[in-house]
Design a protein around this ligand. Structure first.
Ligand SMILES: Nc1ncnc2c1ncn2[C@@H]1O[C@H](COP(=O)(O)OP(=O)(O)OP(=O)(O)O)[C@@H](O)[C@H]1O
Length: 459
């Protein structure tokens, strides 16, 4: 089977013989070849037709041999389409000018008279370059769109309590610096929301925001997830893979649940932060990375340092600035604000005409302990919006597990072992507010086997 020809080439030269020779030869190898004698037609041609490569003469007769015309047209082409490859056609003796042109953005040059194989090799590599540049552009656009979609769920940070005002002030002060930030707070208090807000307001906002939940990675995969691996580094490593540090380079890396980082990996993280280099598992070659690091934890990290579970030197590195998010029960003035914000969001989403939460319902929400914090409030409002038949939400629309958030009785509908196991796991998770390490400890399981069971029971 013959390979389909690809690549659309425009050749611009005021020598008709050169144009003819180029066309005759190139049309055997690429999809389309257009030729043009007059360089001032270039802008029009680029506007009306799609090209992947322009072969451009350096010297047009009007300004013989100064090459100025060539530079001028090179600049014009790249202004119209910066992803287009431009290969200059130069005479012997013009090499200096050709080098200058490459500095100005030309992809390469060929010397006149050319050897066909050489010309073809240059054309092919220039076409490949255009293709890669365009692929990168598409991927960047796609990635921006995806990030924007994710970010939509993380837009406004709602709050007017003094504690939240302090958080807003700190965000404004530190976002534009590259300082490492540690965000502390219970589950569901908005740590990821704050991390994304910091990224969005930083000088890296056009780059990626990569979030890694260290609480959700099995222990044996930690190292390769963060630092990458080479092919064959371990049994399952069928291909080389970049770690999250490399992927996040240029942007922000958000390490959630940093307290879960195994002690033996902590020196490697410390060294990555200090040297700004990472080494893939199975490799000896460090790769430079440029990241802004934001970490978050819901564990008492100072206590972990005290118990030798977290390295003091690593903590000093990651917490240049610390932002603490208070538990929702400690900022009850924010509850009506948040509840109304979620009410608006979910009435729109589920197309329901609910315009208010009654005062008694708000009182009920304000006296609840919210062990799952804002995330739990968000789900409570979502469920109320879906289930209610009222246009004003009433106390009975909110099903809160217990007004004190600590229901310690265990009720089994039968003694089916799976049912019992599921209930016990759910209770342990509730007790430790979703903290996997603590729940696993209490249940006498490894974190990995707790994850397996949670998956099995859909918890
Ligand atoms: N102040 C706030 N204003 C608006 N929405 C909030 C606020 N705080 C949290 N949320 C919402 O609550 C949910 C949980 O927030 P987020 O994921 O940032 O919490 P987290 O502290 O990172 O949780 P975890 O510790 O479980 O990772 C998200 O949907 C977020 O948009």
């Amino acid at each position: 089977m013959t390979k389909e020809k690809s690549g659309r080439v425009l050749v611009v030269d005021d020598d008709t013989d050169v144009l003819q020779a180029a066309k005759l030869f190139l049309k055997q190898h690429v999809a389309k070849v257009d030729t043009e004698k007059n360089p001032s037609s270039i802008p029009n041609l680029l506007k009306n037709y799609d090209y992947d490569l322009v072969l451009l003469d350096m010297n047009f007769t009007e300004d013989v041999s100064s090459g100025k015309e060539g530079f001028h047209w090179l600049k014009t082409i790249l202004e119209i389409d910066p992803s287009l490859a431009v290969v200059l056609i130069t005479a012997y003796g013009d090499v200096e000018k050709a080098v200058k042109a490459v500095k100005l953005g030309a992809t390469d040059f060929v010397l006149k008279p050319w050897q066909n194989e050489k010309l073809l090799a240059t054309v092919h590599s220039a076409l490949n370059l255009t293709e890669s540049r365009r692929e990168v552009e598409t991927l960047k656009t796609r990635q921006k769109q995806l990030s924007a979609d994710i970010d939509q769920h993380y837009q406004d940070i709602i709050g007017k309590s003094p504690a939240m005002n302090k958080v807003f002030e700190t965000i404004e002060k530190v976002a534009k610096t590259d300082a490492n930030i540690l965000i502390t707070g219970e589950n569901g208090t908005g740590k990821e929301l704050v991390a994304r807000a910091l990224h969005r307001r930083s000088n890296r906002s056009d780059e990626v925001f990569i979030s890694v939940d260290l609480g959700a990675i099995p222990e044996n995969l930690f190292e390769s997830e963060l630092f990458g691996h080479t092919r064959g580094a371990f049994t399952d490593a069928k291909e080389s893979r970049a770690g999250r540090f490399e992927v996040a380079s240029g942007g922000t890396l958000f390490l959630d649940e940093i307290g879960n980082l195994p002690l033996q990996l902590q020196p490697k993280l410390l060294s990555a932060i200090e040297t700004r280099k990472v080494t893939r598992v199975g490799s000896n070659k460090p790769v430079e990375v440029d990241i802004r690091l934001i970490c978050a934890t819901n564990e008492p990290i100072q206590e972990m340092v005290h118990n030798n579970e977290f390295r003091q030197d690593l903590l000093y590195r990651i917490n240049t600035i610390e932002i603490h998010l208070p538990a929702l029960r400690d900022r009850t003035v924010d509850i009506p604000l948040l509840a109304n914000h979620f009410l608006k969001q979910y009435s729109r989403k589920y197309d329901k005409d609910i315009h208010k939460i009654s005062d008694p319902a708000l009182n009920k929400l304000q006296s609840y302990k919210w062990p799952g914090n804002v995330r739990e409030l968000q789900h409570a409002v979502e469920r109320a919006v879906i289930m209610t038949d009222h246009s004003v939400l009433q106390p009975e629309d909110f099903l809160l597990t217990s007004l004190h958030g600590e229901d310690s009785t265990m009720v089994f509908h039968d003694y089916n072992l799976e049912e019992v196991e599921k209930t016990v796991i759910r209770k342990a998770l509730d007790k430790h507010e979703g903290n996997i390490s603590k729940s696993a400890d209490e249940l006498g399981l490894t974190r990995a086997s707790l994850y397996r069971r949670m998956e099995k029971y859909d918890l």
